[in-house]
Design a protein around this ligand. Structure first.
Ligand code: NAP
Length: 336
């Protein structure tokens, strides 16, 4: 299986390392995954016989771009050209999630599918803005698209969802889907101000230097839209009513706590099919009242009732693990 990896940041690098560890497991099912191309913003590196993981990680660390690899380096070659040249069996989209639209990732995914490649994406934007387009192209080309890494990182939210919807119906869903906001709210409950809590979240590396996507509720909006799309398609993040946590005051949290409640940033997909993100009061000890960097999701099923998942959300290796799981699924489905 010839793989093209587009995006070589935290997730792309973690994926390459994890793939080495999982190689034997792939071989057991008769598959030999080879990363034959890696692309970043500086260009591409192409390797007929497969990349040497330690060498390409060194090149990236020392020179800033894979394109400066002495072997197979192509400065200026973009992802679309790399797809044409490599003709991969599987393309992994791990470029930065853009704001306000799907960005270049949609073009990468569509081009890969049109070239006969299956796709695994960690990038949320195309599945929050252009889900139906992606699925239509995949269907018309008879290729598979998987995107488990976009919601919950290591927590198998979308896989569970797909299992639950066989023979049952999801009536609604609510979830704490953004670790950074939850961490900030937890610290504020312990008496820190919003700006102190944000600074601490940045110091331990869970919040980006620009935390806008997280604290504005946008990241949660992407994720709840992707959940809604997985349930029934037809949604765009543009329809989500969003309130972030920037204006939450320490007093609000203290007041909630004194009457036995916590405040958490929830993404909601309602029974009426509406999408909403905002701070919500939750009874202390209830399913979604999780602390720190935990994620929690609750599906209300027509027959099975509430089904909950709680666990550690995103992180490069957790996300890379979700990509590996998606590749396994593609292999299994494609071999049927
Ligand atoms: N980190 C997590 O825990 C996590 C969890 C779930 C999902 N995700 C998603 O996974 C994706 C990757 O995350 P990350 O943390 O690895 O981000 P990152 O460290 O910022 O890496 C992004 C990578 O994409 C490359 N890139 C950006 N635009 C590109 C383009 N047009 N063509 C080719 N390469 C391009 C960048 O190139 P340069 O290296 O040259 O800058 C970089 O290598 C994002 O969409 C993110 O939302 C991340």
């Amino acid at each position: 299986m010839r793989i093209l990896l587009i995006g070589f940041g935290n997730v792309g690098r973690a994926f390459l390392q994890l793939l080495e560890e999982e190689r034997r497991r792939f071989r057991k099912i008769g598959v030999d995954p080879k990363v034959v191309g890696v692309v970043d913003r500086g260009g591409a590196a192409i390797f007929k016989e497969g990349v040497k993981t330690s060498r390409i990680l060194e090149v990236k660390a020392e020179k800033g771009s894979v394109a400066y690899s002495e072997e197979g380096g192509f400065p200026q070659m973009d992802a679309l050209e790399a797809i044409s040249i490599v003709q991969p069996d599987l393309t992994i989209e791990a470029t930065s999630t853009s704001r306000g639209g799907s960005g270049p990732a949609l073009k990468h995914i569509v081009k890969a599918l049109e070239n006969g490649s299956h796709v695994v994406s960690a990038n949320k934007a195309p599945f929050a803005y252009d889900y139906d387009t992606v699925m239509r192209v995949a269907l018309s080309r008879g290729r598979l698209v998987k995107y488990s890494a976009t919601v919950g990182g290591g927590l198998p939210v979308l896989k569970t969802l797909r299992t639950l919807t066989i023979g049952d119906v999801v009536e609604s869903c609510r979830g704490v889907l953004n670790a950074t906001s939850n961490y900030i709210l937890t610290l504020m409950e312990e008496g820190r101000s919003y700006s102190e809590a944000l600074k601490l979240a940045q110091e331990i590396g869970i919040a980006e230097t620009d935390p806008t996507m997280d604290v504005s509720g946008m990241d949660t909006a992407y994720k709840i839209t992707i959940i809604a799309n997985t349930i029934e398609g037809g949604h765009s993040v543009n329809e989500v009513e969003i309130t972030g946590i920037e204006n939450i005051r320490f007093e609000d949290l203290r007041e909630a706590a004194s009457s036995g409640y916590s405040i958490r940033l929830l993404g909601e997909f309602t029974e009426e099919g509406k999408l909403r993100v905002g701070p919500s009061k939750l009874k202390r000890g209830s399913t979604l009242d999780v602390s720190g960097t935990l994620n929690a999701v609750e599906f209300k099923m027509r027959r099975a009732g509430p089904v909950c998942l709680t666990g550690k959300g995103a992180g490069p290796f957790e996300t890379a693990a979700a990509i590996i799981r998606d590749i396994f699924e593609i292999v299994e489905e494609a071999m049927r």
